[in-house]
Write a protein that binds this ligand. Structure first.
Ligand code: RM4
Ligand code: MN
Ligand code: MN
Length: 431
């Protein structure tokens, strides 16, 4: 085991100060749940197997198109990102995998990165390709698109990059490639809708054919931005049609911020589950658009309703149901480590609440059209404060009872501010 980024004795000490209070709260909640016929330990146990991948880009400060205000000591390369991810994992015990982004995280020796991650007990989830910006030395520009570009040479370059991502992902032990393209248009008439989609599919067929047997490809749709009039993969319907065209290894990824306001996301999730094509999630929260705010910070009810569909599918043992969970957030004004720890906790909270839904009662109310009781059955799960369950699961696995407090007490950020002098960087944040 590698050295933890935060002194484990410090975490243990902090936990000792908080354990009596947690015992009391947990027991108390256990009694209340027992009256509802729920065994609290079974919920805690299931929750402890719910893991969410950390996006490696999330530990750096994000930004808007106006500015970026880097947090002191932000990681300068993927090994420093790994160290921050290990700190998040150490405290939260909810984030056992990383989801890297290439070429941002490209390394000469991916085996070394894999081994260093494994020393913390961390693995690699889906790898993400990036054909939405130009990088120094790149032969052709993605200004007018990538996999759906009008010029075959640009499409070939974008395909080659995706193949390289698969190769790097294999070396890291990943089993999936996430493809999000920025292709689209800013003005009516700029791009031929049908031709662009055909070109996208032709490119994706080449990438699909290169997938190892045990790999999947995740298609990520997005309504708008950076293309502001139309995107090629604009919605879950387009994503699903493309997945069907490509074959059984293609699945549809749901980024919570990639829909029009008021879209019923939980229903999309249910549809994709029924159709056997739910890839997984990019979790974040938003009020207006693809705001990439911390998961559960704006609309925790939305998180709960999504989790409710996931727990329902798991209990129904839907064949092939195996979603990948990741956070896709931009931390512009908070310490990214704190945001990711708090977000993972909010996602765990939503999952634990969904585990509390009395499914038998709900189904019976639905079948008898008892609208009010059906609604209240769902709400009573959402309204339960599951904080003690989440804290207990974390502490049992060796994490911190209060991870944000333990992180602040550890002085990790101040240490990194000294160890990692920043070169002035104009890198923008997350698209
Ligand atoms: C996009 C999309 C992708 C993410 C990039 C950085 O909006 O959400 O998943 O990789 O941003
Ligand atoms: Mn995303
Ligand atoms: Mn996004």
């Amino acid at each position: 085991m590698a050295d933890w980024p935060i002194d484990p004795d410090l975490v243990a000490q902090a936990n000792r100060r908080r354990s009596a209070e947690l015992d009391y709260d947990y027991e108390n909640l256990g009694e209340r749940l027992a009256r509802r016929g729920v065994a609290i330990d079974a919920i805690t146990e299931r929750l402890s197997r719910f893991g969410i991948a950390i996006p490696t880009w999330g530990v750096g400060t994000g930004g808007t198109r106006f500015a970026r205000f880097p947090v002191p000591g932000e990681p300068r390369d993927v090994f420093e990102k790994l160290e921050d991810c290990a700190a998040i994992w150490q405290l939260s015990r909810a984030t056992p995998t990383l989801s890297p982004h290439f070429p941002w995280d490209a390394v000469e020796a991916p085996e070394e990165l894999r081994a260093r991650a494994a020393a913390f007990g961390l693995g690699f989830d889906a790898v993400n390709s990036n054909t939405f910006q130009d990088l120094p030395g790149q032969a052709l520009s993605y200004k007018f698109g990538s996999l759906a570009h009008s010029d075959a040479r640009v499409r070939e370059q974008a395909i080659a990059h995706n193949l390289e991502c698969i190769r790097l992902g294999q070396a890291l032990g990943s089993k999936a490639l996430t493809v999000w393209i920025a292709d689209g248009s800013n003005f009516p008439g700029q791009q031929h809708f049908a031709r662009a989609l055909t070109r996208y599919l032709d490119s994706m067929r080449v990438i699909y054919a290169a997938l190892p047997d045990d790999w999947r490809v995740f298609i990520e749709h997005k309504l708008y931005e950076p293309a502001l009039y139309a995107t090629v993969i604009s919605d879950w319907g387009t994503s699903y049609v493309c997945a069907r065209e490509l074959g059984p290894k293609a699945h549809c990824l749901v980024d919570l911020g990639h829909h029009a306001p008021t879209t019923n996301i939980e229903q999309i999730v249910a549809r994709l589950i029924s159709l056997g094509r739910l890839a997984g999630f990019h979790f974040n929260d938003s009020k207006y658009g693809d705001d990439d705010l911390d998961s559960g910070s704006i609309d925790p009810f939305q998180i709960f309703l999504v989790m409710n569909e996931l727990v329902d599918a798991e209990l129904r043992q839907v064949p092939g149901f195996d979603p990948a969970y990741m956070m896709d957030q931009s931390h512009n004004v908070t310490d990214p480590i704190e945001s990711l720890v708090a977000s993972a906790q909010n996602l765990q909270r939503g999952f634990a609440q969904a585990l509390l839904v009395d499914r038998e009662a709900l189904l019976s109310h639905q079948e008898r059209n008892d609208v009010l009781l059906a609604r209240e059955t769902l709400m009573s799960a959402f309204q339960t404060d599951v904080g003690p369950i989440v804290a207990r699961a974390r502490a049992r696995a060796g994490g911190a009872i209060d991870p944000i407090a333990a992180y602040r007490e550890s002085g990790y950020r101040d240490r990194k501010a000294k160890d990692r002098p920043q070169e002035l960087s104009g890198r923008s944040g997350i698209v």
